[in-house]
Design a protein around this ligand. Structure first.
Ligand code: MN
Length: 287
């Protein structure tokens, strides 16, 4: 199942990825958000119930016309946290080493030596909202990433059990200002985390490693890779992160980027795609 939010509060669902329906009415069946909910995204925290209700309602639900211009918001509206995995593809590690001559970079060593980082939840947007460049004199780079959305509370999970904690996948853009400051600052600017265009539930994706992914800027290819080339795989990431902090439904892991990161400036158009997860276009503008 594919689930996404459209501007104005419409919940869109598709079983085949082609026909979309407005299933907003099923939200009335969910328990109201409560102060006792913990650090969760409301929809994702009720995902099994949501899926049941959508399956029941979808044939009778109004059809939606979905296209590039559809005002997709992030499929996760309120993640408790967005966790980033650094230096997770060897070709990106190599280009970071090269770039050391140009950019001050305080981070060295393996993934575990550098540690995971956090991006502010307030940096999150969907593709329709676009990316706003806040410091035009500095270099903002795109990082195309497979985004993993957590579906169940995960505390000290073993790698062999990790797959059971994944709600689904979507396209992620880990936008960043290059420079010497802490990553959490440079990657937390408003609109510097993009998720979209919708969530594809984990049962649809037998092998996320095999999903070809690519990113173009103004029609020219900048990044392409397969997630199977990650240095630290998804299961190990979930185990490693949850050793330190509980992962909650709706938490997002940005699983790392391959080589080809490059500058974007106001006026640029980013187009990106991950096989089976969809494609999206994002505009880059001035603040
Ligand atoms: Mn990244």
């Amino acid at each position: 199942m594919k689930l996404g939010w459209i501007h104005g509060g419409t919940l869109a669902a598709s079983l085949d990825g082609d026909t979309w329906r407005d299933v907003t009415a099923i939200l009335a069946e969910l328990p109201a958000p409560s102060i006792d909910d913990g650090h969760v995204d409301w929809l994702i925290s009720h995902l099994p119930r949501v899926r049941e209700a959508v399956a029941r309602a979808i044939d009778g639900a109004p059809k939606l016309t979905v296209n590039d211009a559809t005002a997709w918001l992030s499929p996760v509206r309120r993640p408790g946290k967005i966790v980033g995995i650094p230096v997770n593809y060897q070709d990106h590690v190599d280009e970071v080493e090269q770039a050391r001559q140009t950019f001050t970079n305080r981070y060295t060593g393996s993934i575990r030596q550098q540690g995971f980082f956090l991006k502010a939840s307030s940096s999150l947007v969907g593709p329709s909202e676009g990316i706003a460049i806040r410091f035009p004199e500095r270099e903002t780079h795109h990082e195309l990433e497979l985004a993993v959305v957590i579906g169940r509370r995960a505390d000290r999970v073993r790698p062999e059990d990790a797959a059971g904690y994944i709600a689904g996948y979507c396209i992620g853009l880990d936008m960043v200002v290059r420079g010497p400051e802490d990553r959490s600052m440079r990657k937390s600017l408003d609109s510097y985390s993009v998720l979209g265009p919708w969530l594809t539930t984990a049962d649809q994706i037998a092998d996320p490693g095999s999903l070809f992914m690519w990113l173009d800027v103004n029609g020219s290819r900048r990044q392409s890779c397969y997630p199977r080339d990650m240095i630290m795989g998804i299961a190990e990431q979930i185990a490693w992160i949850s050793e330190s902090c509980t992962l909650w439904p709706g938490d997002v892991i940005m699983t790392g980027t391959s080589s080809g990161v490059s500058r974007v400036v106001p006026g640029d158009r980013i187009e990106c795609s991950i096989e089976k997860l969809g494609s999206m276009r994002i505009g880059v503008r001035s603040l």
